[in-house]
Design a protein around this ligand. Structure first.
Ligand code: ADP
Length: 272
């Protein structure tokens, strides 16, 4: 079997992209897309002299256009490829959502078509030079992850994965599978973020745990990280203001700059 010619195309296209970051989760609904959005926005806000790109290949539910407030935008094709949509001066987005006529279109795509789409996305978007390309991928480990990993691993520069979990045992179980996948594929794991760790009541400021942790003293995600020898990056609380900003396409990092959630996000991004 010959070498996929797409590999060389992707390598050439991403030659000026220093770091590639894949955001993974074992399950849907754990906040992968929201955190991809918030991590990217935090990066761009904190590092004004660096450039960031977000590539949304979550075929099952491309949510970045909505979360970035650019739903319905058109991507333009020029001689040098597809132009991403600019969110800030140093932050741009390319999403499968921009290209689908109907949001339900891609759900029935099979492996080869998905692989072709990913190859096209990685080789035809004109990002120019980026410090970070942040990739929002579908939940689980499927064809899409294999494709992305194969293409990106062949590129120069750094490549790493950030995993998102909730403290629930079912979610942690799936994250263990993701960790094994990354190890098998030789994708360096930057670390695991625990999302929806606690809920801080906006009225009485009491902090409650939503999901039962398996021990009173040890955080279950942190313990799993220790057991599997990966980095624990931190915990994001369940924050209704975050939900609202993501739903309305607003920049949570600016709207709630002094909130504990944004402070934690900045701490986490500094570790990536
Ligand atoms: P995934 O990409 O893993 O399927 P999403 O990012 O779409 O998950 O999140 C699912 C829902 O949970 C969304 O409505 C999102 O706004 C909400 N959500 C995610 N993380 C948080 C959080 N830390 N606080 C409040 N709401 C959250």
């Amino acid at each position: 079997k010959g070498k996929d010619p797409g590999i060389e195309l992707v390598k050439q296209r991403l030659v000026d992209v220093k770091n590639k970051l894949m955001i993974l989760s074992g399950k849907g609904g754990v906040g992968k897309s929201s955190l991809t959005n918030l991590i990217s926005r935090t990066f761009a806000h904190v590092n004004v002299n660096q450039n960031f790109g977000v590539l949304d290949i979550d075929i099952c539910g491309p949510s970045q256009p909505r979360m970035f407030g650019v739903l319905g935008e058109q991507v333009h094709q020029s001689g040098s490829g597809w132009s991403p949509v600019f969110i800030e001066e140093n932050l741009s987005l390319m999403s499968i959502g921009f290209l689908l006529d109907s949001p339900d279109d891609a759900i029935i795509w099979r492996g080869p078509k998905k692989n072709g789409m990913i190859r096209q996305f990685l080789s035809e978007v004109n990002w120019e030079s980026l410090d970070y390309l942040i990739i929002d991928s579908p939940p689980g480990t499927s064809d899409e992850h294999l494709s992305v990993s194969t293409y990106i691993s062949s590129c120069d520069g750094k490549f790493g994965a950030v995993l998102i979990s909730t403290p629930q045992e079912v979610s942690l179980l799936d994250v263990r599978k993701q960790i094994s996948f990354c190890k098998k594929m030789n994708i360096p794991i930057i670390g695991v973020i625990e999302n929806m760790s606690t809920f801080i009541c906006p009225k009485c400021t009491t902090e409650s745990k939503i999901f039962p942790n398996n021990s009173k003293d040890v955080n279950s995600t942190e313990q799993m990280c220790k057991d599997m020898d990966v980095n624990f990056l931190g915990q994001i609380p369940l924050d209704p203001r975050l939900t609202r900003c993501c739903d309305e396409g607003k920049n949570f990092i600016i709207e709630h700059e002094d909130s504990p959630t944004v402070i934690v996000l900045k701490e986490i991004v500094a570790k990536i």
